[in-house]
Write a protein that binds this ligand. Structure first.
Ligand code: ATR
Length: 273
């Protein structure tokens, strides 16, 4: 059977091995999929060892999505636009990089949660690998404007530049939030709440149909979603659905088959909260 892995840190509680095992059972494809702890310093070394041992494909999660992009010998168009990679496919002596995060998020928001993203004035908190992966997709989905706010302003500026859509994309400071008005979509793409911190978010950002989306799930999503509910956002959505959909996207890249996600999602939802 072919070998797969997910790299990142912390990785011990990753649900990806479980999701890919479920997809494998469903489609009758033989594979093994393990979680490998790796940080910025040792990712290249672990990935090379994985390749030497016959590794066929891998997922990459925080904080390695931009490093993974830099390590690829070639990339898909969507990975290139994002400057971040969550899916690696062995390609000769190197790796081909793809990014299924944006498509995964879009599927979860539009199909599972029934949101229409067109025309939404959007705030994205964060400018790291996760933010990069989803921003191009949000723009393609027809959001009205994208405000990027990040602890380190330069990273927000760099992402705004990379996106190349100056009419719609604006980098702003955290301190500007009270003056920015209402948003129809607020996406938390920071890893801040994994450490239990949430930047101060003013209530003035919430409007009649504001959807609040955290790209993380489980405990990490609690502070932002609690804020969203306390401030009466219309929708408060965690990243579990996106996780399953991006996994299905990676599965399709590797195996050429798109697995059904509904049962896997329902099972995780029932057992991880
Ligand atoms: P990921 O793959 O989750 O995006 P990342 O590339 O390390 O991981 O990016 C983490 C994001 O969360 C960044 O936007 C980071 O802000 P900086 O660019 O200022 O580092 C943000 N972040 C992490 N910890 C944070 C905190 N305590 N408060 C605010 N933002 C934080």
């Amino acid at each position: 059977s072919r070998h797969f892995a997910v790299f990142g840190t912390p990785i011990a509680h990753s649900l990806s091995p479980r999701i890919h095992a479920a997809f494998a059972r469903q489609t009758g494809i033989a594979l093994d999929y393990v979680a490998i702890e790796a940080g910025h310093d040792d990712f290249a070394m672990h990935l090379a060892a994985f390749a030497d041992n016959g590794g066929h494909g891998a997922n990459v999660t925080l904080p390695l999505k931009e490093s993974a992009f830099a390590l690829c010998s070639n990339t898909s168009e969507r990975a290139l636009r994002a400057g971040a990679v969550n899916t690696l496919l062995r390609d000769g002596d190197g790796w081909r990089g793809d990014n299924t995060d944006g498509a995964g998020l879009l599927r979860d928001l539009t199909q599972r949660n029934g949101l229409d993203l067109r025309g939404r004035r959007t705030l994205m908190l964060g400018a790291g690998g996760a933010a990069r992966g989803i921003a191009p997709t949000l723009l393609d989905a027809g959001i009205d404007a994208l405000y990027i706010v990040n602890r380190t302003a330069q990273n927000a500026d760099a992402l705004a530049d990379l996106l190349g859509d100056p009419k719609r994309v604006h980098a702003r400071y955290l301190d500007d939030l009270p003056a920015l008005g209402e948003f129809d979509l607020i996406v938390n793409a920071t890893s801040a709440t994994r450490g239990g911190e949430l930047p101060h978010l003013p209530m003035s950002m919430v409007g009649r149909r504001t959807a609040a989306v955290d790209l993380s799930y489980g405990e990490a999503a609690i502070p932002f979603l609690a804020w969203a509910r306390a401030n009466r956002c219309h929708d408060a959505i965690d990243g579990l659905g996106m996780l399953v959909e991006q996994a299905a996207g990676s599965f399709e890249v590797w195996h050429g088959v798109r697995p059904d996600t509904d049962l896997v999602y329902a099972d995780l939802r029932a057992h991880t909260d």
